[in-house]
Design a binder for this molecule. Structure first.
Ligand SMILES: Cc1cc2nc3c(=O)[nH]c(=O)nc-3n(C[C@H](O)[C@H](O)[C@H](O)COP(=O)(O)OP(=O)(O)OC[C@H]3O[C@@H](n4cnc5c(N)ncnc54)[C@H](O)[C@@H]3O)c2cc1C
Length: 433
């Protein structure tokens, strides 16, 4: 078994949070990044609507209040404050990386989504995540201090009483290897893969959360799972296709089986989901309808090219037909509990992005806050790691035993079951409280 070279930090995941963290590590620090799949197979590539930014100081109070109201006031206020106050420099950095936000006459364009009291979302057509992640990836791939391994899976954490010492990886060729590093960062996305219907990639099975359960790392609000109100109703198998909130923000309306409007389309996601499910039950239908003919922007194909194309593939002409839509699992507000520097309760173990819970989203995420939150708290994790960087752990401790990982498929199945059970258990506990 070939041994992995020496690294200073292991980053599990190549979505926006992992990539931004790698970009913020000093060039003298050797960073190993791994991803379970191909580089373009992360939820970050799927984000459609956009990324929030504080437009100006006058909007601060409203943005703060919108985030809290959507989160049912269960948000950690310090986290929200940091996210909003950091947003402008994050957007500047993205622009420096080459991200091309939509502009008109040179001026940045802002859109609006559900539960926002004002337009404050920057976007790139209807594929903002792809634009941002593609640019970050290009920047990271140029860094000589960063190594990226695809089709390499985090299997376990190596830890003793003093914290995390490294990880166990399943390599592309199927072999299992330990990697001893001073710091490990879990940037492994959400939990959509443990649900039957989800907008997420199916390989995102909450692996970080499963390992947190296994090693007694503190979790927070793992039952707070966001269901997106409008995904395309399709008989085709696979990932549910999202019809972005900004389509409703631009004027599309929801209709019941009789073609009547039945709700306010810009309610926060959890409330809108409830309204749709209630209407489906009342009508005895599998979906409701979205009428995109009321969208106000003049060139809908240019504004929402991917959504229009996907509808066309399903035989839906958005200028003539209504689009069938249904709620599906979408986002994980809870996760591994972290502090404001993205540190977990285990020494030398960090969590960022959707895997982490820093309390920004409270009980429900405000639309387009997650890309921003991922970037802000990834940068903070990098800063903390830089401050506390230490020497290599001693490999002679031999925390790794190959025999523990003999039946990996059973091990992975157990992890998925553990995440599902924990979500159900927490839900039940909250109901009883
Ligand atoms: C359809 C869709 C639309 C969205 N639209 C928006 C939007 O408009 N605005 C917004 O702010 N947010 C949006 N979101 C949410 C946002 O995209 C995600 O929250 C964010 O991109 C998460 O980034 P991340 O870095 O945490 O994880 P991800 O981008 O999901 O990346 C996770 C990475 O971890 C890797 N990984 C997982 N487990 C392992 C393992 N065991 N070993 C190795 N690697 C592993 C994966 O392969 C992947 O590389 C949307 C999400 C979806 C699904």
């Amino acid at each position: 078994m070939e041994k992995l070279a020496k690294y200073d930090v292991l980053v599990v995941g190549t979505g926006v949070s992992g990539l931004f963290l790698a970009l913020h590590m000093p060039r003298t620090s050797h960073v190993l990044m791994i991803t379970k799949a191909e580089l373009d197979e992360s939820d970050s590539f799927l984000a459609q609507g956009g990324i929030c930014v504080l437009k100006n100081d006058a909007d601060y109070a409203a943005y703060f209040e919108d985030t809290l109201r959507a989160g049912h006031y269960e948000n950690r206020r310090d986290s929200v404050r940091i996210m909003i106050r950091s947003s402008q420099h994050i957007i500047r950095e993205l622009a420096e990386c080459g991200v091309d936000f939509t502009r008109k006459n040179g001026e940045l364009q802002f859109t609006r989504e559900g539960a926002h009291s004002a337009p404050r979302i920057l976007y790139h057509e209807d594929c903002t995540g792809k634009e941002i992640t593609r640019c970050l990836l290009e920047c990271v791939q140029k860094l000589p201090n960063v190594t990226i391994l695809t089709h390499t899976t985090l299997v376990d954490l190596l830890c003793d009483g003093n914290g995390c010492k490294g990880a166990v990886l399943q390599m592309k060729d199927g072999t299992v290897e330990p990697v001893y590093v001073p710091d490990v960062v879990l940037a492994c996305g959400g939990v959509g893969g443990v649900y039957e219907h989800s907008t997420n990639y199916p390989h995102l099975t909450g692996d970080g959360v499963a390992l947190a359960i296994r090693h007694g790392v503190k979790l927070e609000n793992v039952d707070y799972v966001q269901i997106h109100p409008t995904t395309l109703y399709s008989k085709k198998p696979g990932r549910s296709f999202l019809i972005s909130e900004s389509v409703r923000g631009e004027g599309a309306v929801l209709l019941d089986k009789n073609g009547e409007r039945f709700t306010n389309e810009l309610l926060p996601r959890d409330l809108l989901t409830q309204a749709i499910l209630k209407q489906m039950e009342k009508d005895g239908t599998q979906h409701v309808w979205l009428n995109m003919q009321t969208v106000r922007c003049p060139d809908i194909e240019k504004r929402f090219p991917n959504i229009c194309e996907r509808c066309q593939e399903e035989g839906i002409d958005i200028h003539r037909d209504w689009v069938p839509v249904v709620p599906a699992q979408h986002y994980f507000m809870g996760g591994i509990h972290v502090n404001l520097s993205s540190k977990t309760t285990m020494e030398h173990l960090y969590a960022v992005g959707e895997t982490a819970c820093n309390g920004v989203h409270g009980a429900n995420r405000l639309a387009s806050n997650s890309l921003l939150e991922s970037l802000v708290f990834a940068e903070r994790a990098a800063h903390d790691i830089r401050l506390h960087s230490q020497t290599q752990p001693d490999e002679t401790e031999n925390l790794f035993h190959l025999s523990d990982y003999e039946n990996l498929s059973q091990y992975y199945a157990d992890n998925i079951a553990a995440v599902q059970t924990e979500i159900r258990r927490q839900k039940q506990r909250r109901k009883q409280a």
